[in-house]
Design a binder for this molecule. Sequence first.
Ligand code: ATP
Length: 356
Amino acid sequence: MYITLKNINKIYPNGFHAVHHFNLEIEKGEFVVFVGPSGCGKSTTLRMIAGLESISSGEFLINGERANEKSPREREVAMVFQSYALYPQMTVFDNIAFGLTLQGVDEDIIEERVKKTAQILGLTDYLDRLPRALSGGQRQRVAIGRALIRKVGIFLMDEPLSNLDAKQRVTMRGEIAQIHRETGATTIYVTHDQTEAMTLADRIVVMKDGYIQQVGTPYELYFRPSNVFVAGFIGEPPMNFVRGTIQNSGILFGDQRVDLTGVRPDLAAQEGRSVVFGFRPEAVTLAEQKDASRIDCRVELTEMLGDNTNVYITSGEQQSILKVDSHDTPETDAPLTFFIPWESMYFFDGETEEVL
Ligand code: ATP
């Protein structure tokens, strides 16, 4: 295994326990994304890997060798931050070359490597410019170039797209994926944006309150979330949740009843058990189908987004969102019937919120 984090903890000098028992193994060439809400400990973990923050306990290995005490340089990591941290008075060429210049690398070699890096990043025509004459996306590419040129083993990125506008972010996301394909560099990327995580990652680590919630491929996290938090965090709009207790082999969905006998006979038999029932907005259908539960509700609001429409519904007190084809946009303030396929139903324990 290329990178191993064994039972890593971070306790800051003020006593705050920011990262708890973090365990993860990363293979060479993998693109791993740490995702979670603000304050969940993802940057702290990345900074411990970078060597910018000490590791309070646990073991950190690179290529099987203990690296806890190694300096950032010895770890052979390069980091890209959310603020690009470019030198404003230096040209793009000099900014990219900076690390190598500092190391006293031969000028011919520097020139060759800057040109190669600029080519990968589409910056060839901008090498003579100063950072202020570049767009946000171009500046971010320079910052990535500066990290890439060092040819290190591990590439770390902390919210590298957060200073870009929505459109630039999508473009840059594609470019980062492309750069990873071309360089094959092992990458650890931190973001709070689940779309970035889903589109870039080979594997995603979902964190909350300093604890790993789940590690898996984007597919696994979407289709097999291990708890309510992950189920609600991955997917947009988020999964709908209905809290309740199992009564007469079913669960109440507002003023409707979902029978569990066909869906989950094991749960149907557990009278009185408290559960959280979940279904994704995009998993419902408006046409009747086999092996699906029927729900009658009322449409409160619709949002046409182009190919899809978000439909805000209520059933009794229960509010939910459905995502339907925009050609099927229902009328507002009117009754609606929809179907949830059994295979798209999720059940979690009412107390632990772990998947059942
Ligand atoms: P964000 O997306 O907001 O950067 P994050 O998930 O990256 O969040 P961290 O920056 O890792 O979160 O911080 C995790 C927790 O540790 C937070 O509650 C933060 O307040 C706390 N923290 C960070 N740095 C320190 C510090 N130097 N001393 C004490 N607590 C800290």
